[in-house]
Ligand binder design. Structure first.
Ligand SMILES: [Zn+2]
Length: 531
């Protein structure tokens, strides 16, 4: 991330402009003193905890594996050591929930081309969960651009054209993203033209990424049944509304059904480049049988509380939020296959340890909840679940302070998301965060990430979203994307610990203001997310 050119005056002007006029907590109006306990936030503790949480021994903490369970037990044990009380199920730190997994069934799926069987995942890899039983003949459609080739009802063979056009940084090897995007473009094109199934022949880059595509596709998709609506309308539903169906509404976002119905999803297979000469011949026999299997697998949120000191305010809660999971053991990149997730999101998880140490020593008037959401990388599943099954009523949550990736990039810049409309849902809370920054990290705020136009859609990619949608004041702290994001290179030795310490102080002090202010942060009238 290049050094932000923003001058301090411009930054201050921008900062000042970020608080809605007339907000009760405009900058400088907050007179709550900085507590002495902030000194308990120590760089050495952050470093030691992060090397423990994101070291290779934790194997990337993938949801749905023993590794997330081990990391969750370890996290709860830290909270217990600090004196944070359990707030999960049955007096424990754990709120259990099931993830629903849907993946291709290797046992019930098969591919035969030209009478020859192809081993699933090694010779031929499905590139989606689309099911089908197709027995037909192939037609070669080249790179797919020649629309005169009739593929209707046939098994269309098309060559892969990797492209980075229209890709978001999900898995951060650009080669993988380009191949994935090329597969999507080719498959959509052939489906639009009525193919019964699609065989995509890899090019050299496709060959190189073949195992990565197979490995990730074989994991399948995840959702949470009974979680908050992923796309519940914001502002309209009010607190507690929208709990229930975790699936998508008709038309994706609950809008009217689109004019042209999307093509019927058909099985799509990628094969290696050496098959090209054979598959150029039209009329090859092809038998493609793709079946999926669905099953539940457990994940867990870890929840602790530090009770407030004020009898009137202690039933209101400031929520600190992170996710303990990451991407586990995946395909090898430069000899390393453990995706450690030090910045994502070990950084916020250990920041919350430091905040908890200080909070236990000097609690605020309101209570503080520490929530580690499980299975965030699988689609915000833990926060969708908790937002629908909150351990305290959403109406009693005065602020959700979520962090995601707070330990990298330029030492003097950082972002806070949920600060600019349409993402801002509480100017009061924004005012508290800006004042806290002024007293702690003094970061120059990089505001582009919070814009609805940002290509990465960063605001929508972490655990504050389900709460914001249900009208809980919410913010996300981040130092944003970098080249090691979602790769095995996101290691503890690449974290900027002095910066992480300042980010931790920033989150802490914002929470302290929300935990002690006479007036709790309120929701801005008319709050409405753009999607
Ligand atoms: Zn994350």
């Amino acid at each position: 991330m290049p050094k932000s050119p923003i001058s301090s005056i411009a930054a201050l002007a921008l900062t000042a402009a970020l608080v809605a006029p007339g907000s009760a907590h405009a900058q400088g109006s907050i007179t709550i003193p900085t507590p002495g306990a902030m000194a308990l936030i120590k760089e050495a503790d952050l470093k030691a905890d992060l090397f423990a949480m994101a070291g290779d021994a934790m194997r990337g903490r993938e949801a749905g594996t023993l590794d997330e369970m081990r990391a969750s037990m370890w996290t709860a044990e830290q909270l217990r050591k600090f004196g944070v009380q359990p707030m999960g199920d049955d007096g424990t730190y754990f709120q259990w929930f099931n993830m629903r997994r849907t993946r291709i069934s290797t046992a019930s799926s098969s591919v035969r081309i030209g009478g020859k069987p192809f081993a699933l995942w090694t010779d031929a890899t499905p590139t989606s969960n689309n099911e089908g039983d197709i027995v037909g003949t192939t037609v070669f459609a080249g790179d797919g651009s020649d629309e005169t080739i009739d593929v209707r009802g046939r098994v269309a063979v098309v060559t892969l054209r990797p492209t980075s056009e229209g890709t978001r940084t999900t898995v951060n090897t650009p080669e993988y993203r380009a191949v994935r995007q090329g597969l999507t473009v080719a498959a959509n094109r052939m489906q639009q033209r009525g193919a019964a199934a699609v065989i995509i022949v890899a090019d050299t880059l496709g060959d190189r990424m073949f195992d990565a595509v197979a490995k990730l596709q074989s994991r399948g998709g995840y959702t949470v049944i009974g979680g908050a609506n992923r796309f519940a309308p914001a502002g309209g539903g009010g607190r507690g509304a929208g709990a229930g169906a975790g699936g998508r509404g008709a038309g994706g976002r609950g809008g009217a059904a689109p004019a042209t119905l999307p093509p019927r999803p058909v099985p799509v297979i990628m094969v290696r480049s050496q098959l090209l000469s054979q598959l150029r011949q039209d009329g090859q026999g092809a038998e493609i049988h793709i079946k999926t299997e669905q099953f539940d697998t457990p994940s867990v949120n870890i929840i602790g509380v530090v009770r407030g000191t004020d009898p009137k305010l202690r039933d209101e809660y400031v929520v600190f939020s992170s996710h303990q999971d990451h991407d586990g053991v995946r395909y090898t990149v430069d000899g390393d296959s453990i995706w450690n997730g030090a910045d994502d999101n070990g950084s916020t998880s250990v920041a919350m340890f430091a905040i908890a140490r200080a909070w236990v020593k000097q609690p605020s008037k309101r209570s503080a909840l520490f929530i580690y959401h499980g299975a965030e990388e699988r689609g915000l599943l833990g926060s969708l679940w908790h937002a629908a099954h909150p351990v305290v009523p959403l109406a009693q949550m005065v602020a959700v302070l979520n962090g995601d990736m707070i330990g990298r990039n330029h030492p003097d810049t950082a972002s806070i998301l949920g600060v600019q409309p349409p993402h801002r849902n509480s100017s009061d809370l924004v005012g508290m965060a800006l004042e806290a920054n002024r007293r702690t990290g003094k970061f120059v705020l990089d505001s582009i990430w919070d814009r609805p136009t940002h290509p990465e859609g960063w605001y929508f990619r972490s655990d504050h979203v389900p709460y914001a949608r249900l009208n809980v004041p919410a913010l996300m702290y981040s130092t944003n994307l970098h080249n090691d994001y979602h790769t095995p290179r996101d290691n503890p030795d690449r974290i900027d610990y002095p910066k992480l310490t300042r980010m931790t102080q920033w989150m802490y002090l914002t929470g302290w203001f929300a935990g002690n202010s006479a007036k709790r942060p309120t929701i801005d009238p008319g709050f409405q997310l753009e999607r």
